[in-house]
Write a protein that binds this ligand. Structure first.
Ligand code: SF4
Length: 471
């Protein structure tokens, strides 16, 4: 997928004036965050599980080469193949080669954010191969020519009325007066459309939530069962996934699964959890005849051993975006690339470059909610903070911002001067602010363009803090 993250300010401004999107984003008030809180409250050992999961991921990332090679060996033992892709272009060319060698015309796809990352559908289409998304949300987006706006609920930004209109526009072979008012109507219609795809696809492509080094298994979770059909019915199954998804043992994978569903949707476990280990064996009733795993690096290994390494612990649950006030305000499309919200702000600069993604780490209030709900305790604000420093060091921010930061730094390094200036500024602004607020202020247009700036009242924080400390 082509990144558009450099346009974040304009995309965010558009999102703030989109009434349909505003309505869709109110779902966060009653949906995932509420369900997560309930699921966490029902599991007393949730915090202990988070610590254990963080430890497993940290250990694995410290020995990533070892566990990936062990995974590769076990996949080979079970009759499968592992392909290593340094970047998106290499991953696309591996999959295109596998598809062309098998004379594939139709591909069924399970949900895979990595396939969005590498722009797989466009590459397949350009080669004359039809790829059909089988996750309901992804299927709807494919019809609309859109990309996901959330990593767990990709079509979260749409209403059922919009989807019904898309189905009427696209499924012209069905009776025009059929009822499409209920979500179950839409689901049944999509299921009917996808049945032929499952039965006729030459290849099934899925992502993976986890890879198990101990057994060479890949694991995917879905709530629709489309992942199972995608990987068992076609004659060839290709798993496309990032290298950071590996965990050492089945027990470790089980630990992660207990956290994943609760953090994502508030379920105790996702409806379908499918383990794939190699192709169909002689006495298996079903399953693909070929099993391939494409392991994508695409900038991930460059994070190993750096202060950003912790971002690779991510298990793509989406909890950080479900709780992020900025994501709630602008939705996922504003971020302009595959991974939105706090995880996008921490990961995207590494994958598409700081220049392209420089606005994303700045799109945070640093309230810390994302870190507090992250099942693997990724310090997302700390990582975003580091990316802001990199942006400054690389001189990517505009001169006004750099000069403002430079001036602030000048005072912040001299506490007495800082206290003096802030107390004078407070008094002056307090006297000047008519009716308790400013309609405009120099250098504060980003705020005052859309709302008044409150005039300071009372004393500075530092003087009150000083009194309290000594009082
Ligand atoms: S950063 Fe944490 S909360 Fe966000 S998607 Fe990844 S695992 Fe989930």
């Amino acid at each position: 997928m082509q990144p558009h993250s450099a346009d974040f300010p304009a995309r965010a401004a558009d999102a703030l004036t989109d009434p349909e999107l505003r309505r869709a984003l109110t779902k966060f008030k009653t949906g995932f965050p509420v369900n997560r809180a309930r699921a966490v409250a029902n599991l007393p050992e949730f915090e202990a599980l988070r610590d254990a999961a963080k430890a497993v991921k940290d250990h694995t990332l410290s020995h990533l080469d070892h566990y990936l090679e062990a995974f590769e060996a076990r996949v080979r033992d079970s009759g499968g193949h592992v392909h290593w892709a340094r970047d998106a272009a290499e991953a696309r060319s591996i999959i295109l080669r596998l598809a062309t060698e098998r004379d594939a015309r139709l591909i069924a796809k399970g949900k895979s954010m990595v396939s969005e990352e590498i722009g797989l559908n466009a590459a397949l289409e350009a080669a004359g191969i039809k790829a059909v998304e089988t996750d309901l949300g992804e299927y709807i987006l494919q019809i609309r020519g859109e990309v996901p706006s959330h990593i767990v609920a990709p079509a979260l930004h749409l209403s059922k009325e919009q989807v019904a209109a898309d189905f009427r526009r696209t499924h012209t072979h069905l009776p025009p007066d059929r009822p499409l008012d209920q979500p179950t109507d839409l689901l049944a219609e999509a299921r009917g459309e996808l049945r032929d795809v499952f039965l006729n696809a030459d290849i099934g492509i899925t992502g993976a939530n986890f890879l198990v080094a101990e057994t060479g298994s890949t694991i995917i979770v879905t709530n629709e069962g489309n992942g199972d059909l995608t990987q068992t019915l076609p004659r060839c199954h290709i798993v496309l996934t990032g290298i950071e998804k590996v965990v050492p043992t089945l027990a470790d994978a089980t630990l992660m699964l207990r956290l994943l569903a609760r953090s994502a949707t508030g379920q105790e476990i996702t409806a379908y959890t499918t383990f794939s280990t190699g192709p169909r064996r002689a006495d298996d009733a079903d399953g693909p005849r070929e099993f391939h795993v494409v392991l994508l690096d695409n900038g991930r290994s460059a994070l190993l051993g750096t202060e950003m390494q912790e971002v690779l612990r991510c298990i793509r649950c989406g909890a950080c975006m479900n709780h992020c006030p900025v994501y709630h305000a602008v939705g996922g499309h504003a971020y302009g690339w595959v991974y939105p919200g706090p995880i996008g702000a921490a990961l995207d600069p590494a994958l598409i470059g700081v220049k392209e993604a420089r606005h994303l780490p700045n799109a945070s209030t640093f309230c810390g909610k994302c870190e507090s709900v992250c099942p693997v305790k990724i310090p997302l604000p700390k990582i975003m903070h580091r990316w802001r420093e990199v942006e400054f060091e690389k001189r990517l921010s505009p001169p006004s911002v750099r000069q403002g930061l430079w001036a602030w730094g000048l005072f912040a390094k001299r506490p007495r001067l800082y206290r003096l200036i802030t107390s004078i500024a407070m008094r002056v602004m307090g006297l000047m602010g008519k009716e308790g607020s400013f309609k405009s202020l120099p250098l504060a247009g980003g705020w005052t363009d859309t709302r008044d700036f409150p005039a300071p009242q009372g004393r500075t924080f530092q003087s009150m803090y000083k009194d309290r400390r000594h009082g």
